[in-house]
Design a protein around this ligand. Structure first.
Ligand SMILES: Nc1ncnc2c1ncn2[C@@H]1O[C@H](COP(=O)(O)OP(=O)(O)O)[C@@H](O)[C@H]1O
Ligand SMILES: [Mg+2]
Length: 355
């Protein structure tokens, strides 16, 4: 659980310090007061990158040379510090007083998920976000997933470079063995965590949308054929297009719903609910595997949702038992099951209102 958080020179936050409550925290303030900046700072501490894809230059407060973020975690009665500094030297990460090699150390210490006003893209956008969704669960549940994913990405690049340079079939086939080995491992762990999440995906989908949905994992190649066969029969096409057409880099989650639901799902609010159901399922699955509560960041969850929907979302969030930091324009818009620790933000300054 995140106890203490400090941000220096992050977007509009010059210097803030917050002591969070164990369960529910609410940050409210007017438009452009710094609510999203604070949530983004929290997300950055747990990921080493922005959830909106913003560059370091845009995240650093205008006029400052670097930003600093620090958090103190409490786990089983023990406290552990973690921090990032990002400036001219690039990203520096420290966890438990030691320098860490990569941002993966942040994600291991502070696993978090975000529901923000762009969350509907998980449903409405391309497969990339859904692959990342699956890989996030796999990263927390399957120890080797990240290392395999990195190796796979390298071999895919090399195979694609060979295809683009119109190398001989023999050269291209020489990449196949490693490509296949890693592809099948990636597929294996994605398949496994998808199966582990399915019950929660269905349950959250039904609760939030009030209708039955279906979710199907798509590995990135046609199911009728094995991946080795697909690679072999697709070689000409791969050469013509200069890129590997089949593999886990093309995986997706297919979401099914009945026709009545399909019509409703053109609405942003419905897409947001469905995407939120997926985020809650991922959180629940990772929490069960890690056996500790995760951090859930809700940036303006009330946006685009009617009263009923926000009520259902908030009770599903509460049922998860995770630590929540939410933002809102209106301090009373979100129905928490117990009074949250309240903070008010104004011009990037944060005041704790409740004890
Ligand atoms: N790098 C930056 N330096 C200084 N101010 C910034 C930076 N990036 C964004 N801001 C400003 O921070 C303010 C608060 O933005 P934001 O946190 O998105 O507000 P809210 O979510 O409360 O509506 C905005 O006025 C924005 O222009
Ligand atoms: Mg905002």
């Amino acid at each position: 659980m995140l106890r203490l958080f400090r941000a220096t020179n992050f977007r509009c936050l010059e210097s803030v310090e917050l002591e969070f409550g164990e369960r529910f925290n609410l940050i409210h303030g007017a438009n452009a007061s710094g609510k999203t900046s604070l949530l983004e700072a929290l997300a950055y501490l747990g990921r080493g990158k922005s959830f909106r894809g913003a560059s370091t230059a845009n995240l650093t407060r205008h006029g400052a040379a670097e930003f600093l973020l620090f958090g103190e975690l409490e786990q089983g009665g023990r406290r552990k510090g973690m921090g990032v500094r990002n400036g001219r030297e690039g990203l520096e990460v420290r966890v438990g007083g030691e320098p860490a090699a990569s941002a993966a150390a942040l994600a291991e210490s502070l696993p978090l998920q975000v529901i923000d006003p762009e969350v509907h893209n998980l449903v409405a956008g391309g497969p990339e976000l859904r692959r990342r969704f699956l890989d996030w669960i796999a990263f927390h549940v399957e120890h080797e997933h990240l290392a395999i994913w990195r190796r796979f990405r390298r071999v895919l690049k090399q195979r694609n470079a060979a295809l683009r340079s119109k190398a001989s079939a023999l050269t291209i086939r020489s990449w196949n063995a490693e490509f296949l080995e890693l592809a099948l491992e990636l597929d294996g762990s994605r398949r496994k965590v998808f199966a582990q999440s399915l019950e929660s995906l269905l349950a959250h989908g039904t609760v939030l949308l009030g209708t039955e949905l279906s979710f199907e994992y798509r590995p990135g190649w046609a199911m009728e054929k094995s991946l080795p066969e697909t690679l072999e029969s697709g070689l000409e096409r791969d050469l013509a297009l200069g890129a590997t057409q089949a593999g886990p880099h093309r995986a997706d989650i297919k979401i099914g719903y009945d026709e009545r639901q399909a019509r409703k799902l053109v609405s942003r609010g419905q897409q947001k609910l469905l995407a939120s159901a997926m985020i809650l399922a991922a959180t629940q699955t990772a929490q069960a595997a890690l056996e500790r509560p995760l951090l859930l960041l809700l940036d303006d969850p009330a946006a685009e949702l009617d009263r009923d929907s926000i009520g259902r979302l908030m009770s599903a969030v509460s049922a998860l038992g995770c630590q929540v930091v939410a933002t809102s324009l209106d301090p009373d818009a979100l129905n928490f099951p117990e009074p949250p620790v309240m903070f008010h933000v104004e011009h990037g300054e944060i005041t704790r209102l409740s004890q």
